[in-house]
Structures are given as C-alpha cells and as structure tokens.
Design a protein around this ligand. Structure first.
Ligand SMILES: NC(=O)c1ccc[n+]([C@@H]2O[C@H](COP(=O)([O-])OP(=O)(O)OC[C@H]3O[C@@H](n4cnc5c(N)ncnc54)[C@H](O)[C@@H]3O)[C@@H](O)[C@H]2O)c1
Length: 251
C-alpha cells in the first residue's frame, strides 16, 4: 500500500478551533502537515494553532466565517500566501440549532444552510483553482449520518448534510481529471459540544454508547479516516460518502 505521506503538505481545516476540527488539526500536525486553522472563534483557533506548532509544523489561525464570501477569500489569501500551496481542505465547520420543521424560522434555515452547505461551496470554490493548477488536492467534508437517516428537530441540518454529499459527488466529477479528489465522511454521534447542547448528560451518554463497540465515539475516532482520505494512500477514492458509524444508524 502507498504510505500516507502527509509530511510537508499544507492543509486548511475549517471549524478547527474545537471538537472534531481540532482533533483533525492535531492529527495532521502529528503527521507533519502544516495547517491553517479557520474558525469563527479567533482565540480558540490561535490556541489550537499553538498546540499544532508543538509538533514542529507551521500553523496559523485565520478568523473565518465560512458563510461569508469575503471572509473565505481572506482565508484563501492568508493560507496560500503563507504556504504557497494548499494540498488538503477539510470542511468541518458546522452548526446544529435543533428545531422541528414548524419551529424553524427562515433566519435559522438560512444560517444552517449557509454555514453547513454554503461554507462547503465557498471554501471549495476558493481552493479548487490552486489545486487544479498544481494537479493534486484532497477535499474532505464532514457531513453526517443524518444526511441518510434524517433526525427529529434536524430537517434543516439533514438537508444541509445531504446537500454536502450531493455537492461533493458532483465536485469529484469536475475536479477528478485534474488529480483532485473530493469525499465526504458521515459520522454518527460524536462526543463534542455540538450534541451536548441538545440533550441531558444522561440522555447523551445513553445515545453515545448505543453501538456495537459500546463506547462513545470521540473526535479522535474520526481522525484516521480523514487522514487516510487526505493521503496519497487514498488516490483512487473520490466521490464517496464514507460512513464512520459502527454500523449503527442515527435515530
Ligand atoms: N458531534 C457530532 O455528533 C457530529 C456528528 C456528525 C457530524 N458532525 C459534524 O462535524 C462538524 C464538527 O462538529 P463538532 O461536533 O466538532 O462541533 P463543535 O460545535 O464542537 O465545533 C464546530 C466548530 O465550527 C466552528 N464554526 C461554526 N460556525 C462557523 C462558521 N460560520 N465559520 C467558521 N467556523 C464556524 C465553531 O466555532 C466550532 O469551532 C460539523 O460539521 C458537524 O455537523 C458532528
């Protein structure tokens, strides 16, 4: 098998200031990949970039709203200016304000779609041209098992995540001839701030451990799949929505 060979590459990770994004940043840094941590939360992004630098890589923090064209253009300028090339784009930034369909305001609907799906579009549009020019690149988007199953009080979120899967499949066809791959990953529930706000600790624990392995999925449990998809070892994998869900479905 081709080795992972992530050393010396450069990555942009949106939503990298905490949770799954932070774990991906540190996982990449451990593999000697340079990183731009892009997140709304500037101070936390700076902290994660500093943690990444402990592995001897170059890491910068760029305060970014992935739903803003101007902000994403600034991210591209900063990352490409610092690293000259971006080999890996991880679209992780996402929000999940729970509400049933009859309670979703247009404002909430628009924000969820703008951040979760629009953010994928804007970031890919910003980084695809340089990936095409260098004839290589890896795009990995964090979707969700909810893209396939739906979830009560999650229609807007499910629509955004199913949208990511369709978007990535289409993008993969467009960029494949230029040596760029695009894949989504669909995890089940992971122990981060995101589901914590929706459930009591007891409900959350019960839900988290209801799987064949019997323990709660941690952000680090997703990192190996993302690193693999980002690596040379995954050269023939594109247009996929990879389930990382222990064989369970989201209900
Ligand atoms: N935790 C889960 O159970 C779970 C399951 C499946 C998929 N996901 C997805 O994984 C991704 C990360 O989730 P998490 O659990 O780490 O969540 P989290 O809330 O812990 O972290 C999300 C990060 O995204 C950032 N962010 C939010 N809006 C942003 C914006 N507009 N621009 C830039 N950054 C923004 C936040 O500041 C935060 O740092 C999300 O896309 C989420 O939908 C999470």
């Amino acid at each position: 098998m081709t080795p992972m060979r992530l050393k010396g590459k450069s990555a942009v990770v949106t939503g990298g200031a905490q949770g799954i994004g932070r774990a991906i940043v540190l996982g990449l840094a451990r593999e000697a990949t340079n990183i731009a941590v892009a997140d709304l939360q500037r101070d936390k992004a700076e902290e994660v970039a500093a943690e990444a630098r402990n592995f001897g890589v170059t890491a910068i923090a760029v305060q970014t709203d992935v739903a803003s064209e101007e902000s994403v253009a600034n991210l591209a300028r900063q990352a490409l200016g610092r690293f000259e090339r971006v080999d890996i784009l991880v679209n992780d930034a996402g929000i999940f304000p729970q509400a049933r369909v009859t309670e979703i305001t247009e404002e909430i609907w628009d924000r969820v779609l703008d951040v979760n799906l629009g953010g994928n579009f804007l970031c890919c549009r910003a980084f695809v041209p340089s990936m095409r020019a260098q004839k290589s690149g890896r795009i990995i988007s964090i979707a969700s098992g909810i893209a396939h199953t739906g979830a009560v009080a999650g229609a807007h979120y499910a629509a955004s995540k199913a949208g990511i899967v369709g978007f990535i499949k289409a993008l993969a066809r467009e960029v494949g001839p230029d040596g760029v791959t695009a894949n989504a990953v669909c995890p089940n529930i992971i122990d981060t701030e995101l589901p914590r706000s929706h459930r009591t600790p007891a409900e959350l624990h019960e839900r988290l451990v209801r799987n064949p392995l019997g323990y709660a999925m941690q952000p680090e449990d997703l990192v190996g799949t993302v690193l693999f998809l980002a690596s040379d070892a995954a050269s023939y994998i594109t247009g996929q929505a990879v389930n990382v869900n222990c064989g369970t479905v989201m209900i």
